[in-house]
Ligand binder design. Sequence first.
Ligand code: MMA
Ligand code: CA
Length: 140
Amino acid sequence: EWNDQGCTSKYKYVCQPPHYTLMNDALSWGDADAACQAAGLQLASVQSAAQNALLLTAAAGNTVWIGGTDAASEGAWVWSPSNTPVSYTNWNPGEPNSAGNEDCLQFNYKIPGQWNDWGCTGKLKYGVPRTSMTKWLKDD
Ligand code: MMA
Ligand code: CA
């Protein structure tokens, strides 16, 4: 239950996600995006270097899909499913190059924590923001 408390009292505190969780099945970006949403989650988004560092830890050495895509408009990267613009970036040098046709955001490419645009049909594990759902907390 709740209480109204004087704001200068010192307590431990809880920050909201993103605190990322690795999903251990390898899927295409579209299937990963759909799997997240079916579970009431979303593919990970990254808003800062601090969050990128958290995701690096969660990815545990895997190359993973996260929620960025420019499939709707080449070069205009947005986060799924919110369609908010990607502002913080950590592209590997020379990326995104859309080699062939690459519209999806691959994390941990060449250098730990760096990003690449990759073909969306490639199958990768994927990251989501950790929530309070106990099903995602069993690795604690
Ligand atoms: C190269 C480079 C990347 C591209 C991949 C596709 C190995 O890296 O061009 O930008 O995404 O090829 O596999
Ligand atoms: Ca690329």
